[in-house]
Design a protein around this ligand. Structure first.
Ligand SMILES: O=C(CO)COP(=O)(O)O
Length: 265
Protein backbone atom coordinates (compact mmCIF):
# COMPACT_ATOMS: atom_id res chain seq x y z
CA UNK A 1 0.00 0.00 0.00
CA UNK A 2 1.42 3.37 -0.99
CA UNK A 3 2.01 5.76 1.87
CA UNK A 4 0.66 9.21 1.06
CA UNK A 5 3.33 11.90 1.31
CA UNK A 6 2.82 14.11 4.36
CA UNK A 7 4.08 17.66 4.84
CA UNK A 8 3.60 19.34 8.20
CA UNK A 9 4.43 22.95 8.98
CA UNK A 10 5.27 23.51 12.63
CA UNK A 11 4.99 27.24 13.23
CA UNK A 12 6.22 26.80 16.82
CA UNK A 13 5.99 30.00 18.86
CA UNK A 14 6.97 32.20 15.90
CA UNK A 15 4.47 33.44 13.41
CA UNK A 16 6.16 36.22 11.58
CA UNK A 17 6.64 35.86 7.88
CA UNK A 18 10.36 36.33 7.29
CA UNK A 19 9.76 38.55 4.28
CA UNK A 20 8.25 41.12 6.64
CA UNK A 21 10.33 43.61 8.59
CA UNK A 22 10.54 42.66 12.27
CA UNK A 23 7.53 43.93 14.18
CA UNK A 24 6.09 42.13 17.16
CA UNK A 25 8.29 39.53 18.89
CA UNK A 26 6.22 36.50 18.04
CA UNK A 27 3.91 37.26 15.19
CA UNK A 28 0.66 39.08 14.80
CA UNK A 29 -2.80 38.25 13.52
CA UNK A 30 -2.03 40.19 10.35
CA UNK A 31 1.07 38.13 9.70
CA UNK A 32 -0.80 34.90 10.29
CA UNK A 33 -3.47 35.99 7.82
CA UNK A 34 -0.76 36.80 5.27
CA UNK A 35 0.88 33.39 5.66
CA UNK A 36 -2.50 31.70 5.19
CA UNK A 37 -3.29 33.73 2.10
CA UNK A 38 0.06 32.76 0.56
CA UNK A 39 -0.74 29.10 1.25
CA UNK A 40 -4.24 29.52 -0.15
CA UNK A 41 -2.97 30.92 -3.43
CA UNK A 42 -0.27 28.30 -3.95
CA UNK A 43 -0.52 25.67 -6.64
CA UNK A 44 0.34 22.33 -5.10
CA UNK A 45 -0.11 18.66 -6.03
CA UNK A 46 -3.60 17.24 -5.39
CA UNK A 47 -4.77 15.80 -2.08
CA UNK A 48 -4.30 12.23 -3.22
CA UNK A 49 -0.57 12.94 -3.69
CA UNK A 50 0.22 14.99 -0.59
CA UNK A 51 -1.39 15.67 2.78
CA UNK A 52 -0.57 19.12 4.16
CA UNK A 53 -1.07 20.04 7.82
CA UNK A 54 -0.02 23.33 9.39
CA UNK A 55 0.38 23.85 13.09
CA UNK A 56 -0.01 27.40 14.36
CA UNK A 57 0.14 28.35 18.05
CA UNK A 58 -3.12 27.67 19.93
CA UNK A 59 -4.44 31.24 19.85
CA UNK A 60 -4.32 31.31 16.06
CA UNK A 61 -5.73 27.80 15.48
CA UNK A 62 -9.43 28.69 15.03
CA UNK A 63 -8.60 31.62 12.76
CA UNK A 64 -6.20 29.60 10.62
CA UNK A 65 -8.69 26.76 10.43
CA UNK A 66 -11.45 29.11 9.29
CA UNK A 67 -9.34 30.84 6.62
CA UNK A 68 -7.24 27.95 5.32
CA UNK A 69 -8.02 26.20 2.03
CA UNK A 70 -10.04 23.04 2.52
CA UNK A 71 -7.41 20.67 1.13
CA UNK A 72 -4.99 21.63 3.93
CA UNK A 73 -5.53 20.71 7.55
CA UNK A 74 -4.42 22.01 10.96
CA UNK A 75 -2.68 20.57 14.00
CA UNK A 76 -2.28 21.75 17.58
CA UNK A 77 1.31 21.77 18.85
CA UNK A 78 0.46 19.95 22.05
CA UNK A 79 -2.40 18.78 24.26
CA UNK A 80 -2.88 17.67 27.83
CA UNK A 81 -1.91 14.12 28.63
CA UNK A 82 -5.26 12.95 30.00
CA UNK A 83 -8.83 14.11 30.53
CA UNK A 84 -9.12 17.86 31.09
CA UNK A 85 -9.53 19.31 34.55
CA UNK A 86 -7.74 21.70 36.89
CA UNK A 87 -4.57 22.02 34.79
CA UNK A 88 -3.98 25.72 34.31
CA UNK A 89 -2.51 26.58 30.95
CA UNK A 90 -3.24 23.25 29.32
CA UNK A 91 -5.57 22.44 26.40
CA UNK A 92 -7.21 19.01 26.40
CA UNK A 93 -7.59 16.56 23.54
CA UNK A 94 -11.38 16.79 24.04
CA UNK A 95 -11.26 20.55 23.48
CA UNK A 96 -9.34 20.09 20.25
CA UNK A 97 -11.86 17.54 19.01
CA UNK A 98 -14.71 19.80 20.04
CA UNK A 99 -13.09 22.65 18.07
CA UNK A 100 -12.72 20.41 15.00
CA UNK A 101 -8.94 20.41 15.17
CA UNK A 102 -8.04 17.02 13.68
CA UNK A 103 -4.29 16.76 14.37
CA UNK A 104 -1.90 17.25 17.25
CA UNK A 105 1.91 17.19 17.44
CA UNK A 106 3.08 15.19 20.46
CA UNK A 107 6.55 14.67 21.88
CA UNK A 108 8.41 17.39 20.03
CA UNK A 109 12.00 17.50 21.27
CA UNK A 110 11.55 21.10 22.37
CA UNK A 111 8.94 19.84 24.84
CA UNK A 112 10.86 16.69 25.75
CA UNK A 113 14.01 18.67 26.50
CA UNK A 114 12.81 22.07 27.69
CA UNK A 115 9.72 20.88 29.55
CA UNK A 116 11.06 17.51 30.66
CA UNK A 117 8.45 15.37 28.93
CA UNK A 118 9.54 11.77 29.44
CA UNK A 119 9.08 8.90 26.97
CA UNK A 120 6.29 7.51 29.17
CA UNK A 121 4.51 10.86 29.42
CA UNK A 122 4.70 11.27 25.64
CA UNK A 123 3.43 7.69 25.17
CA UNK A 124 0.49 8.36 27.50
CA UNK A 125 -0.30 11.55 25.63
CA UNK A 126 -0.24 9.87 22.21
CA UNK A 127 -2.54 7.11 23.48
CA UNK A 128 -5.01 9.51 25.08
CA UNK A 129 -5.12 11.82 22.06
CA UNK A 130 -5.78 8.87 19.73
CA UNK A 131 -8.49 7.58 22.04
CA UNK A 132 -10.27 10.93 21.83
CA UNK A 133 -10.14 10.74 18.03
CA UNK A 134 -7.20 12.99 17.25
CA UNK A 135 -4.62 12.14 14.61
CA UNK A 136 -1.12 12.35 16.05
CA UNK A 137 2.25 13.45 14.70
CA UNK A 138 4.51 11.73 17.24
CA UNK A 139 8.09 13.00 17.31
CA UNK A 140 11.24 11.06 18.14
CA UNK A 141 14.92 11.89 17.74
CA UNK A 142 18.35 11.82 19.32
CA UNK A 143 20.60 14.62 20.58
CA UNK A 144 24.04 15.24 19.11
CA UNK A 145 25.65 13.65 22.15
CA UNK A 146 23.54 10.52 21.74
CA UNK A 147 24.37 10.31 18.02
CA UNK A 148 28.08 10.73 18.68
CA UNK A 149 28.04 8.01 21.31
CA UNK A 150 26.41 5.63 18.81
CA UNK A 151 23.09 5.32 20.61
CA UNK A 152 20.79 6.89 18.00
CA UNK A 153 18.79 3.70 17.39
CA UNK A 154 18.53 2.85 21.08
CA UNK A 155 17.15 6.30 21.80
CA UNK A 156 14.58 6.41 19.01
CA UNK A 157 13.58 2.78 19.65
CA UNK A 158 12.97 3.55 23.36
CA UNK A 159 10.93 6.62 22.42
CA UNK A 160 8.90 4.58 19.90
CA UNK A 161 8.49 1.67 22.34
CA UNK A 162 6.92 3.96 24.94
CA UNK A 163 4.32 4.81 22.30
CA UNK A 164 3.92 1.23 21.02
CA UNK A 165 3.39 -0.06 24.57
CA UNK A 166 0.30 2.13 24.87
CA UNK A 167 -1.13 2.21 21.36
CA UNK A 168 -2.81 -0.62 19.48
CA UNK A 169 -4.06 1.21 16.38
CA UNK A 170 -1.57 3.08 14.24
CA UNK A 171 -3.79 4.30 11.37
CA UNK A 172 -3.89 7.79 12.83
CA UNK A 173 -0.22 8.06 13.75
CA UNK A 174 2.51 9.75 11.73
CA UNK A 175 5.98 9.21 13.16
CA UNK A 176 8.32 12.18 12.82
CA UNK A 177 12.05 11.51 13.06
CA UNK A 178 13.60 14.78 14.14
CA UNK A 179 17.25 14.59 15.15
CA UNK A 180 17.66 17.30 17.78
CA UNK A 181 21.00 18.42 16.34
CA UNK A 182 19.32 19.21 13.02
CA UNK A 183 16.45 21.27 14.41
CA UNK A 184 16.76 24.99 13.75
CA UNK A 185 20.50 24.62 13.28
CA UNK A 186 20.70 24.61 9.49
CA UNK A 187 22.52 21.26 9.93
CA UNK A 188 20.34 18.89 7.99
CA UNK A 189 20.78 15.12 8.28
CA UNK A 190 22.14 13.77 5.02
CA UNK A 191 19.58 11.86 2.98
CA UNK A 192 21.53 8.70 3.82
CA UNK A 193 21.42 9.46 7.56
CA UNK A 194 17.68 10.09 7.42
CA UNK A 195 17.04 6.97 5.33
CA UNK A 196 19.12 4.84 7.69
CA UNK A 197 17.11 5.82 10.78
CA UNK A 198 13.78 5.68 8.94
CA UNK A 199 14.45 2.17 7.65
CA UNK A 200 15.67 1.03 11.08
CA UNK A 201 12.52 2.50 12.64
CA UNK A 202 10.39 0.67 10.10
CA UNK A 203 12.23 -2.53 10.90
CA UNK A 204 11.66 -1.90 14.61
CA UNK A 205 7.94 -1.48 13.92
CA UNK A 206 7.97 -4.65 11.82
CA UNK A 207 9.58 -6.70 14.58
CA UNK A 208 7.77 -5.18 17.56
CA UNK A 209 4.38 -4.08 16.30
CA UNK A 210 3.71 -5.94 13.07
CA UNK A 211 4.42 -6.02 9.34
CA UNK A 212 1.23 -4.18 8.33
CA UNK A 213 1.88 -1.27 10.66
CA UNK A 214 5.51 -1.13 9.53
CA UNK A 215 4.45 -1.00 5.89
CA UNK A 216 1.73 1.60 6.34
CA UNK A 217 2.93 4.07 8.99
CA UNK A 218 4.33 7.23 7.52
CA UNK A 219 7.75 8.16 8.86
CA UNK A 220 8.53 11.78 8.11
CA UNK A 221 11.77 13.68 8.56
CA UNK A 222 12.20 17.00 10.38
CA UNK A 223 15.29 19.14 10.95
CA UNK A 224 16.34 22.07 8.75
CA UNK A 225 14.29 20.89 5.77
CA UNK A 226 14.17 23.60 3.12
CA UNK A 227 13.38 24.19 -0.52
CA UNK A 228 16.89 23.23 -1.56
CA UNK A 229 17.27 19.92 0.27
CA UNK A 230 13.72 18.54 0.21
CA UNK A 231 13.80 16.73 -3.13
CA UNK A 232 16.84 14.65 -2.30
CA UNK A 233 15.33 13.74 1.08
CA UNK A 234 11.95 12.96 -0.48
CA UNK A 235 13.63 10.55 -2.90
CA UNK A 236 14.67 8.26 -0.02
CA UNK A 237 12.45 5.17 0.03
CA UNK A 238 11.56 5.39 3.73
CA UNK A 239 11.12 9.17 3.91
CA UNK A 240 7.36 9.69 3.63
CA UNK A 241 7.33 13.44 4.06
CA UNK A 242 8.50 16.22 6.34
CA UNK A 243 7.83 18.14 9.50
CA UNK A 244 9.12 21.62 8.70
CA UNK A 245 9.91 24.36 11.21
CA UNK A 246 11.54 27.59 10.02
CA UNK A 247 10.94 27.03 6.31
CA UNK A 248 7.22 26.44 6.87
CA UNK A 249 6.89 30.20 7.37
CA UNK A 250 8.66 30.98 4.11
CA UNK A 251 7.53 30.81 0.48
CA UNK A 252 9.78 27.76 0.00
CA UNK A 253 7.26 25.73 2.03
CA UNK A 254 5.36 25.44 -1.26
CA UNK A 255 8.43 23.85 -2.90
CA UNK A 256 8.64 21.42 0.01
CA UNK A 257 4.99 20.46 -0.53
CA UNK A 258 5.72 19.99 -4.23
CA UNK A 259 8.59 17.61 -3.46
CA UNK A 260 5.83 15.00 -2.94
CA UNK A 261 5.89 14.50 -6.69
CA UNK A 262 9.43 13.09 -6.42
CA UNK A 263 7.81 9.88 -5.17
CA UNK A 264 5.80 9.63 -8.37
CA UNK A 265 8.86 9.81 -10.64
O1 LIG B 1 11.42 21.09 14.79
C1 LIG B 1 11.16 21.08 13.60
C2 LIG B 1 9.81 20.75 13.11
O2 LIG B 1 9.01 20.27 14.13
C3 LIG B 1 12.20 21.40 12.61
O3 LIG B 1 12.54 22.74 12.73
P1 LIG B 1 13.47 23.41 11.62
O4 LIG B 1 12.87 23.03 10.27
O5 LIG B 1 13.37 24.88 11.89
O6 LIG B 1 14.83 22.84 11.80
Amino acid sequence: MARKFFVGGNWKCVCQHPSEPPSSPNGTLDEVKKIVSILNEAEVPPEDVVEVVVSPPFVFLPLVKSLLRSDFSVAAQNCWVRRGGAFTGEISAEMLINSNIPWVIVGHSERRLLLNESNEFVGDKVAYALLQGLKVIACVGETLEQRESGSTMNVVAAQTKAIADRVSHWENVVLAYEPVWAIGTGKVATPAQAQEVHSELRKWLHDNVGPEVAASVRIIYGGSVNGANCEEQAAQPDVDGFLVGGASLKPEFIDIIKSATVKKK
